[in-house]
Design a protein around this ligand. Structure first.
Ligand code: ADP
Length: 533
């Protein structure tokens, strides 16, 4: 049973530690930890081990608290993983950690010298050591159960209430077991085999207990080694290995509380408790980060999609407005020619032909807008830029007439050919010319003159300049006007120049504006000459 991540369709089981395969780096790190644990063990288990150290009173409660905290947090995280994956194996392991966490409490309180000289909670010398045995053997058994169950199919889909019920039942059973065990080892301490001779020294009986206990951990480790698969398995193997070393340190070479070996064993205990916790925390944080990035990415993608949608809509409207108004004017003109007492068929035909031309152009523009938003290769042909300018002027002639704009042209006749998309480049010219007309129409001063020049620019480029004597561009707006949706016109869309710039740049050229003194603006664009092969 998998929990589906909402829109992304991600499966929750792909993101949990108990299902992720360990990376090579993680395996190397684990191996490094094993080596360090071994080296420290060899150093400590040598002659140093039996060296008696001073008894530090605060050590026992501090150690007990650390184990309780580490193991209970690990258990909580594993219970959380169980609630996602509903696997019996995880439930067993979580209960293993819960058991060691709970047993750390009576272990600390019954430790001789913490609450009472021979052991608190009404216990005696033997209580603590048997709680230690129960905690370790219990954990090893839970680890074996985890290993045996982990490859079994996850549980059937469970409603949240059943998950909670299973967690509460198992947690309740473990808590009850700990309570019973505590009562048994404290109230009945007199009946327990005498492992402790006094508060620090251990009898030979200890060897009969340590052996099977270490054996359980070896069985757990071997089983897990044979079946290991996930990151969690890897860290659990480390935990089991650290436990084996910890147990060995309680028996070799001289079992004695508060010796170097004994203190080292406790440190190993904290380490083995922390491995799974630290990695669970680290992985959870990393996975959370990844999830966050995925969500942010998804949101950004949606915004971009919306923006592109806006841009497409605005571009379509912007690009077809001009030919559409030209068609309307051509249609009214041809009607006027036909409405005369003696209809002028030739003029009417010419106007109708313009409508046909503009219709074709509009179709081409729409096709082109589609390609503008696609990454597909656009059709490019060898083009004469002077011709492009002539055609563009023909397309806007009504606008020029309506606004009484005179046109000056200065063509360089030895201009090299360029390679480009005809419709796109014509869109650029029509845009720049229409903007120039709009700008001059907005001022009443002087004659309205539009100049179009083509010239050779560098050895491998040509340049076209579209000059007007309109209101000009404010210096502060020189960069802004090329941004999408920047406009100073009442009905403007602010898409024209941004599209022009992307078209020119896609052709390997540049588009920029300078002031035309004393008034107006000059838009320049360059295009690379077509290399002859
Ligand atoms: P739109 O024409 O829809 O406003 P454009 O991207 O073509 O969109 O132009 C953006 C702005 O740049 C215009 O609103 C105008 O302020 C300025 N602009 C463009 N061409 C000229 C020009 N020839 N003279 C003065 N300003 C211009």
């Amino acid at each position: 049973m998998f929990v589906e991540g909402s829109a992304a369709g991600l499966r929750a089981d792909e993101f949990v530690l108990s299902n992720l395969s360990p990376s090579v780096a993680q395996k190397r790190f684990a191996l490094g930890v094993v080596l360090v644990l071994l080296v420290v063990f060899i150093i400590v288990a040598g002659p140093l081990s039996g060296l008696p150290l001073r008894r530090v009173d605060a050590f026992i409660p501090a150690y007990g608290t650390a184990i309780f905290l580490i193991d209970s947090i690990t258990a909580a995280l594993l219970f959380a993983q169980f609630s996602v994956l509903r696997s019996h194996a995880l439930l067993a392991l979580a209960n293993g950690y819960f058991l060691t966490a709970l047993l750390a409490i009576p272990w600390t309180l019954t430790f001789p010298g913490v609450l009472a000289p021979e052991g608190g909670l009404g216990g005696g010398l033997q209580s603590t050591v048997w709680l230690y045995v129960l905690s370790h053997a219990g954990f090893a058994l839970f680890a074996i159960v985890y290993t045996l169950l982990k490859d079994a199919d996850p549980m059937e889909a469970l409603p949240p209430r059943s998950i909670r019920a299973r967690v509460l039942t198992t947690v309740g059973s473990v808590a009850a077991l700990v309570c019973c065990a505590t009562v048994f080892v404290t109230a009945g301490h007199a009946f327990l085999p005498r492992i402790m001779l006094d508060t620090a020294e251990v009898s030979y009986l200890w060897y009969f207990v340590v052996g099977p206990m270490a054996g359980l951990f070896v069985v757990a480790l071997v089983l897990l080694w044979l079946r290991h698969r996930s990151v969690l398995d890897l860290w659990l193997m480390l935990v089991l290995f650290a436990y084996i070393i910890e147990i060995s340190l309680t028996a070799f070479p001289i079992p004695y509380r508060f010796s170097v070996g004994w203190y080292a064993g406790r440190v190993y205990g904290v380490f083995s408790g922390s491995f799974v916790l630290v990695t669970l925390m680290k992985e959870v944080t990393m996975l959370y980060g990844e999830l966050l990035r995925a969500v942010v990415g998804q949101r950004r993608e949606r915004e971009v999609r919306l923006l592109t949608g806006d841009a497409v809509a605005a571009t379509v409207a912007h690009e077809i407005k001009q030919p559409l108004s030209a068609m309307t004017m051509d249609a009214s003109a041809s009607l006027r020619w036909l409405d005369r007492a003696t209809p002028n068929i030739d003029e009417a035909k010419a106007a109708l032909q313009q409508i046909v031309n503009n219709g074709h152009r509009m179709g081409a523009v729409i096709d082109n807008i589609r390609t503008l938003f696609k990454t597909e290769a656009r059709i490019r042909t060898s083009l004469d830029v002077n011709n492009l300018i002539r055609e563009a002027l023909a397309l806007v002639r009504y606008d020029l007439q309506t606004h009484r704009v005179a046109v000056q042209t200065d063509y360089n006749q030895s201009l090299p050919l360029i390679e480009g998309n005809e419709v796109q480049l014509q869109q650029v010219l029509v845009n720049l010319i229409t903007n120039a007309i709009d700008s001059m129409a907005a001022t009443e001063d002087g004659d309205r003159v539009l100049s179009l020049r083509s010239k050779v620019y560098d050895s491998s480029c040509l340049m076209v300049a579209v000059e007007d004597v309109g209101k000009g561009v404010e210096p502060s707006a020189i960069d802004l006007i090329f941004k999408p949706q920047f406009t100073t016109k009442v009905n403007g869309m602010g898409m024209g120049l941004s599209i022009c710039r992307s078209i020119i740049e896609a052709h390997g050229g540049q588009l920029w504006v300078t002031a035309n003194l004393p008034r107006g603006a000059i838009f320049h664009f360059t295009l690379p000459a077509h290399r002859q092969h």
